[in-house]
Design a protein around this ligand. Sequence first.
Ligand SMILES: Nc1ncnc2c1ncn2[C@@H]1O[C@H](COP(=O)(O)OP(=O)(O)OP(=O)(O)O)[C@@H](O)[C@H]1O
Ligand SMILES: [Mg+2]
Length: 349
Amino acid sequence: MASTIVGLDFGRGVIRAAEVLGSGGNKPTLVRYHQIAVPTSAIDRGEVLEREVVVAALKQLWSQAGFKTRKVIVGVGNARVLVRELSVPRAPLDRIRESLPFQVQDILPVPVNEALLDFYPIAEADEEGRPVIQGLLVAAIKDSVLAAVEAVEAAKLVPVDVDLIPFALSRALLVGPAAQGSVALVHIGAATTMVTIAVDGIPQFVRIIQNGSDDINRALVERLGMDEYQAEQVKRRFGLATQGAGPELRPAFEVIYESTGDLVVAIRNTLSFYVSNRPGAVIERILLSGGGAELNGFPTALADATRIPVRAPGPLERLSVARTVDPNQMAAGVAGVTVAAGLTLGSKA
Ligand SMILES: Nc1ncnc2c1ncn2[C@@H]1O[C@H](COP(=O)(O)OP(=O)(O)OP(=O)(O)O)[C@@H](O)[C@H]1O
Ligand SMILES: [Mg+2]
């Protein structure tokens, strides 16, 4: 049987893993998907904070899920990863990569030797008469990536690659007609929101915003004295749709409206920033993903605020699903498949 590979997504309080067959081809198949809960102190904003806890959870995940490979691709994307548009003098890609430390010192918030740098070329162009390559610079804090990779290795797994979650999303969601034109992928997690703008399927712009769906919970807890559980319940049950709720919930709705509004404004500002810096640029549609996108009424609120059509595609549009996939695991968190499986897509197992 052909070999498979597992995409690993460190979420808030959860590790998600998707085993994919034929990840490098046109018909990738999800063969297993499994999640395991970890204390929220162990992983926050995609960062491994308590290594031993995460190692034990990974071992348990492998024994429970019955994955047929130990090869994994680790997803990164948090406050400690920076993605910026960068033009560099035209040169072979390996030379560009070597020269990055000298080119990017000024734009990094940390010393160059504390960062891992990479460059993704997008297009060739002439800027002020000189030939350049326009692309995306990805700079990640070394310690943060190493913490994840070391935990994976300590669990006796083989990290074959580390990839940016926004790139995984674009591979998972931008296929066929969905990829055409200028599309914004908006992925709302617990602590962060990732905005990726792609033209004809190729990411041109990525921003990781420090707002997420848990901001709503925090506001409910801080302002109304709810406990964490109540806050999550009210948020999920009602969201922005208030039908069927008694007047006693009015204060909660006000808080939910207000914090959702802040999130919507942060997303809208990011989209406006992209458009205003590129003469003639437009965003034709928004594709939503991530747990936070499931808030009742959110797609409409975002469409109203941005005046851009919004769609929330299912996570499985690109994948076939094998009978080996555990339906209980899918029922428990199908939205998480997009990132975990997307990480594997395009890679040869
Ligand atoms: N049905 C729902 N309605 C409203 N919010 C929801 C719903 N389901 C999940 N969420 C919220 O989505 C968030 C989790 O999203 P997701 O699973 O994408 O994040 P994560 O990957 O665990 O975290 P992060 O990427 O920020 O590290 C939580 O804030 C959760 O409350
Ligand atoms: Mg996430």
